[in-house]
Design a protein. Sequence first.
Length: 240
Amino acid sequence: MFTKRPLPFGIVPRRLAAIIACAALLALVLAACGGSSSDSSNGVAGKSADDIAAAATSAVQKANSVHVSGPIARQGFPTALDLTLANGKGATGSMSAGPLSFRIVAVGNEVYINGSSSFWRRYGNNSIAQLLTGKWLKAPASGQFAGLAVLANMRSLFNQLLGQHGKLAKGKETTVRGQKVIGLKDTGNGGTLYVATTGKPYPIQVVKGGSQGGELDFDRYDQPVALKAPAGAIDISTLK
């Protein structure tokens, strides 16, 4: 029924993909909070900076799930993430960019987006907002939505997060939200990654100052995640 509707919908995925790609890029520079239930030392504090990063990479790639949340910014423009990722399965949650917000469900090779009315008006037009407000849009998690696919894929996100950095300098041991950690400073971009020094050496937090900085937290590691494709979603292919 939507194929006959004369909507210039092509601009929506392009603009939406741009902001998603921006958020994904920021998420690769920053990072977040994960907890541990054990008080015993895991030995990473005695390792070199590169070996600590390698231990964190190994630990997080074996995790079943993680919750990612927190504010980041791009040239002073605020963006916030609240996502729960299931390793190898997908993600669910929400994202906002200033006053604009949308919900996300990624399952397999498909991504579903449910945006606010203001979101669809900004990245489409009034007709698109009337059509999609309160509904889910279904699209492939590839091509124009590749940035979102990275953000919603736990393994890909951490591969880029922990694999793309400059020279690392080992910092002091401290605590972040009650979790004992050690800092790893990227001497190139100034961001600091905090890795748990008790229990599994999960990434705990990365903080970066400035107009392109922020703070994201990873927590709820290995908790069950229920992922289900929203019913009645409008397939983006029917709107071309």
